[in-house]
Design a protein around this ligand. Sequence first.
Ligand code: AHR
Length: 629
Amino acid sequence: DLQVQLDKASGKISPHMWGIFFEDINMGADGGIYAELVKNRSFEFDHPMMGWKRLGNVPEGTFLIVNDGRRKGNPRSLKIHKAADIKIGLQNEGFRGMGVKQGNDYEFSLLYRQASPDMQVKVELLNEDDKVIGTAALLLSQGASWQTGSVTFTSLETSPKGKLNVWFEGAGDVEADMLSLFPKDTWKGRSKGLRKDMVQLLADMNPDFLRFPGGCIVEGRDLANRFQWKKTVGPIEERELIINRWNTEFNHRLTPDYFQTFGLGFYEYFLLAEDIGAEAVPILNCGMACQFNTGEVVPLDELDEYVQDALDLIEFANGDTSTPWGKLRAEMGHPEPFYLKMLGVGNENWGPQYIERLAVFQKILQEKHPEIEIIASSGTDPEGERFEFLDGKLRAMNIDIVDEHYYRPPAWFLSSADRYDDYDRNGPKIFAGEYASHTTRPNGPGRSTWEAALSEAAFLTGLERNGDVVTMASYAPLFGHVDGWQWSPDLIWVDNLNVYGTPSYHVQKLYSLHKGTDILPVKRDGQNVTGQDSLYASAVYDANTKDLIIKLVNYNDQPIDANFQLDTKRKINGDATKITLANESLDVANSLEEPLKIQPQTTQVTYKGKTIKDTFLPYSFTVIKVPVK
Ligand code: AHR
């Protein structure tokens, strides 16, 4: 028997409890949610022709890469000098091919400048067998300044691995840059926007917050390649790309073509957060590069630029349109503020060098923006010495929120369901900013199995029970592209055309969709239910819908009969909803072939009186929602 203390709430669930961690890892942004299909559109990758192949018999000097330092952020362009009697062009391979769909429209665009009047561009979309499945022509007009040309055409077939040919026809000289191909059918129909199917899965989670842009890419492999938000806003052709921190050998996988073009920049992140009803939670570099890479630090007396970035970001998000950064936000299309409330300083940074730098940020932010809560990093080691050190220091500094990361085996998640039960309520709040149960680490990449997800579901009962002090939680990383990943497991897997949620996705989504407002103690023999007989439970009351919501994990290979005794003066109102995620094998996973192998099953049930009596499947996570009178 389990007692649910329906009339004795122990606290309020944080209003921003369940959210999303976004990082451009595993082709999450470029080649992923950012719907651009052309790789290296502005010739700024390490090698300017990466992703491109010359077509035709190209005489020497026909294609030149021009580097013009006057073109801010994007100095390289392609100069074409062409005689009438030759056929020349370029082919782009896309990010592991281009995913295109039959009957959908695609917009090709480029920036160009042409001295002579006669050139035209012809584009061809090819499928994986080099068959032409879409064409368009674009006449280029003469002019001394750069101009945009674009043309829309329809794909006649679906192809997961298309390519794009760009032919230059006529005779003369033309300079070209930002050769781009986007689907017209993006999230909310935004021009040059985001992949609709990927955003939809995020929106379906009903997330309370969106943390961006990472992760290690905040830090960069060195300080020169740290994430600098100011370089990611304004016209996209002026955003200066950098090498991705994950363009490295990791888990024995090398992705040498991984760059951050920042078409998905800070403005777009804020917009995405707003679109999906989530609070924007940006994390900024604290003056330290990734300590797993170079670990460079900026001298303390040169930290001003970094702190200024934080102050200016607050202005960009919240400032009046008469302020310089507020004005830019308005010019980009959003005069209304984004209502930023939280800001992270550093990601997985540690050591006294972190504390010194954090203190500088804290002092100035508290002086100038006491309304903004500061999130500090606790590193990756929430059990060991590093964590002890940080926990003590961050407490002493009275930091608002501490970001803890756990990539641990399932056994750790199961045994840590009580992690916050006795946590000091007077200090900082906790952001479980990156959690994921890793079935095979450290010997190799883990899979997103039911074992991983069910152990997370058990751990999350503990976060929910302590939802007054653990005020935010997000799984990490978010996306993995099956043809270009560095890190696994991930919450959502994609290829160029498809997307599916892992069992872990369904677990967090169930928590998020059944969040409630008040934490209700669930006891067994007077104790929290944290693994006795391999059962884990938590409960909340939703004051908005007047529902009691119980969550139970049965981590046994047998069904379990459980009785929830409701300790209340109220009555439960008969018809209830029971949602179950279950599988008798812990080793199964969803996949592109079977995307919904593990998915929630909903049934309507009736419970009478003050008892909820039911049988719970082997290896299952169940959510029961009962109206209360
Ligand atoms: O989620 C993948 C990485 O794990 C993040 O970039 C980093 O913060 C952590 O080490």
